[in-house]
Design a binder for this molecule. Sequence first.
Ligand code: NAD
Length: 492
Amino acid sequence: MDRFDPASIDIRSGHFIGGELIDAGASRIDVSRPSDGVTYASVPLADDAMIDYAVQNAWSAFKKSDWARRAPRERARVLRKFADLVAADALSLAPLEALGSTRPVRDASNWDVPFTAESIRFYAELADKIGGDVAATDHRHLGMTIAEPYGVIGAIAPWNFPLVMGIWKTAPALAAGNAVVLKPSEMTPFSALRLAELALDAGVPPGIFNVVQGDGSTTGDALVRHPRIGKVTFTGSTRTGAAIMAACAETGTKPVTLELGGKSPQIVFADAPRIDEVARRIAGSIAANAGQVCVAGSRLLVQRAIADELIERIVQAFSELKAGPTWAAGTTLPPIISEPQAQRIDAIVQRSIASGATLRCGGERADAATPGAFYSPTLLSDVTQESDAVRNEIFGPVLTVQSFDSEEEALELAAHPEYGLAAGVHTADIGRALRMVRGIEAGTVWVNRYGRTSDFVIPTGGYKRSGIGKDLGRQAYEANLRFKSVLIDIEG
Ligand code: NAD
């Protein structure tokens, strides 16, 4: 699907608790479309009482339904059906996702929806693979660890990939036998509701997959602090992650998985094969979703000999992008999520220029057919490690470029004082690539590529202030289990 009429989308609003859509509550939040700023719907804001209702409901479904106790292969069968329903729903799920987010509908239907379905399948396949261990004890004892679900997982997702981020939190939790209460971002609340409905249709018992709507300070905070929440899994900004970690410590030492911000370097050596392809990848990694990607390759570090040539090609690739609404065919530069966020991006760019950076392209709003907050892909050179644009996560299509001569210098520039989410290395020399992999402090390093494949077995997650724990892979599944040690005296 490459286009749709925004007026044709039917919005169902509310919380999804105990298998029912509940559109109740005194306060509501307006929801607008980033592509044109039009307010198209509203959601109720879950207060403490609604969160208590949702979590108690999830707890009771966890205890009373057989979701956690049934044969894991039976849980897997239901989850595979859930994945099939998601894939089959692409024609309504993709435009629903695109309407209120920054995801062009072509990307939502070619990537977000199938990726969501496949993430569910990956965790369905793990459902009967990890049950615990038998310990090597002496013959008078039998020792073992038994893997058990936590009960209710509190999941909080950001707005940049609403479906994919939501399911990365939810699918491993469900496969491990937990109930989930998911809070999507208040800016992109609707596709999560559809996911929960499809899960119910597939046979996930009512109350096992719940969605609550609301903001961070009331709804998110109440969810994290609820005493019946066994574990919290969060994707979003580093600042919110720190607040959630503190709340988890204050209310029960709850374990947390945190997928947070980044400021990821892309290091290009002069021997990198196919420089035009490298330029295309680098431009793509910062322009995709208009730079609103946690692993956006926002800091280009290039060996001096090829700096001018590479910059020229990236500027050319940027100029070929087409700003437009998420529902139009041919959109390759979607809007910024909100007007304040576009203003923040511009302020960082202008401050960096005022403190000495050279603007190679962009640095201004982009024209599009609709009045959303579009921002031109921007390239800044003559920056230092202290420049605003180099230090701060911008979450927009802004690339900084710095040159280096040696591997040591590249590693020094690559190191960020706070973040360590991802990095890219482009070189034809395998020894050099591996020295860089060892030297870079980041949770993911891509070599001669940038971005994920569909190898769900490879986890994603940050070092340093970019996070704790992993999404995807076996690791995310295990993080939804706790391990009980059992020691049996078998001699009576
Ligand atoms: P955000 O931190 O503002 O909000 C994320 C979610 O947390 C939202 O649902 C919000 O309502 C909720 N929230 C806010 N305050 C809360 C609180 N005190 N308690 C509980 N919940 C609260 O982030 P955002 O603007 O939605 O997303 C952008 C950020 O997410 C960027 O920093 C980006 O790098 C990061 N991100 C990271 C990854 C990753 O895998 N590491 C992936 C996507 C996005």
